[in-house]
Design a protein around this ligand. Sequence first.
Ligand code: 9WO
Length: 245
Amino acid sequence: MRIDVITLFPDMFDLVSRYGINRRALDSGVLQLHTWNPRDYTRDRHRTVDDRPYGGGPGMVMLVEPLRRTLAAARAGGGGGPLIYLSPQGRPLTQQRLRELKSLPAMLLLAGRYEGVDERLLQLEVDEEISLGDYVLSGGELPAMVLIDGLARLLPGVLGNEDSSEQDSFSQGLLDCPHYTRPEEVEGLRVPDVLLSGNHKDIAAWRLKNALGRTWERRKDIIEKMELTKEQQILLAEYRKEHDK
Ligand code: 9WO
């Protein structure tokens, strides 16, 4: 997969390329990351990328023309696919959408700054607007990196453990179950016996039960939208009985 990012702060993307799984994805070539700076596609002496909003008010708005020239350069340089703008006005990102986007050969990301981008650029060029949540940051770079990170770990051959992206939280649409490693006891808190039992069927049932129980406790909205199987209903009822809720 090739990702081209349009950003006034290309160096920020070192954060998502230098470490861990993402670095391995880039080294192995399953992921390619390119950045394009609108400042390099300005034509005035001051390299202007923004201007004051019509109608007045605080903040500045990103100009259409430098962004269009940047986009043209990215495409001419081999970038392609849909242009995705990261903003709080977008459709909320989900694990399901990440799984769909993972199949694209390429995409372009637009990271805005200031008060945002001139609406006409969005109308003319943007294919999809994605939000990470209902809050405002100082720019779209961190959300773009979150999107890249979420995609990179789904790419073939990226995780050491091939199934771990299929076993992760949300792979079944549920929150994750609790995890434990050594030692068996910390300040009187013991690892649940079943996890030490070696009985893989019981362990799988315990994990599913706890994923269901925690999702029910913390995110009832997710459970209410799901169609629980008979087995899941029984496990959730057991969890609620055991935790007396
Ligand atoms: C800045 C600003 C300044 C003065 C008055 C109003 C203002 N609104 C904004 C603003 O919303 N800036 C955004 C910053 C413009 C688009 C890029 N920025 C951004 C993206 N902040 N937060 C996101 C984002 C993206 C995806 N998911 C969550 C948040």
